[in-house]
Design a protein around this ligand. Sequence first.
Ligand code: MG
Length: 279
Amino acid sequence: MKLVTYLQDGAEKVGALTADEKALRPLPFGDMLAAIEAGVEALVPAGDPVSLADVTLLAPIPRPRQDVICLGINYRDHAQEADRYDKALAKERPETIYFSKRVTEAVPPEGSIDSHPGLVQRLDYEAELAVIIGRTAKNVPVERAAEHIFGYTVLNDVSARVLQTAHKQWYFGKSLDGFTPMGPCIVTADEIAFPPALSISSRVNGEMRQNSNTGLLITGIADIIAELSSGMTLLPGTIIATGTPSGVGMGFDPPRFLRPGDVVECDIGGIGVLRNTVK
Ligand code: MG
């Protein structure tokens, strides 16, 4: 099932896309977090189909309950380009890099990435597969990790490179308003073989920049859930952004950062295209 959050007549609702993906059928939940807590089996669309032309899609989880948990340098080819850009970013680390991304309001499909003129000089994109936790996860062994996943979506881990590297922690440079485009939908986990091996790419103004496969993660999804849940409770609705492959702006020589007017598309096979414009 492909689930969306949408705005209809000023009200925020959740629904499931129809097979042709031109319409949706409403789900009887107040928001996506309630639908996630209810579980996939409880998601029974009710009511007549509504054309997508008559609604506005929002990010599938417009206001996450907690910060997004992110992985840094989790594709080998991206580790190499990050190292070329700044030795301190990607130097060999034996352990997985986890960091946090604040998101007060996620940017919807077709929404704007705020370039923050005056504050941000090197604005960059990062197409990522995001895992949505469905069941409370604590001390989950690797072999049971998949049972705790509700679904997957596309997330653009927009980054301000100067802020990211100027401060010792990446937090500020990753967490500005308008830095978390997400969507267009959540695909429930039952529709994607585990572990997901999906094409992942990004385009800027139609030009391919990133092109890889989510099967190439250094730390895989089961290991991420097992490791984090060995010490942290992961609640339903938790979003884990699994890292980005090579081809981000800082990876080019000279670097190719985003400018106002640029259109960024993050595309994961089987989920969809997340398209946003820099303003
Ligand atoms: Mg990232």
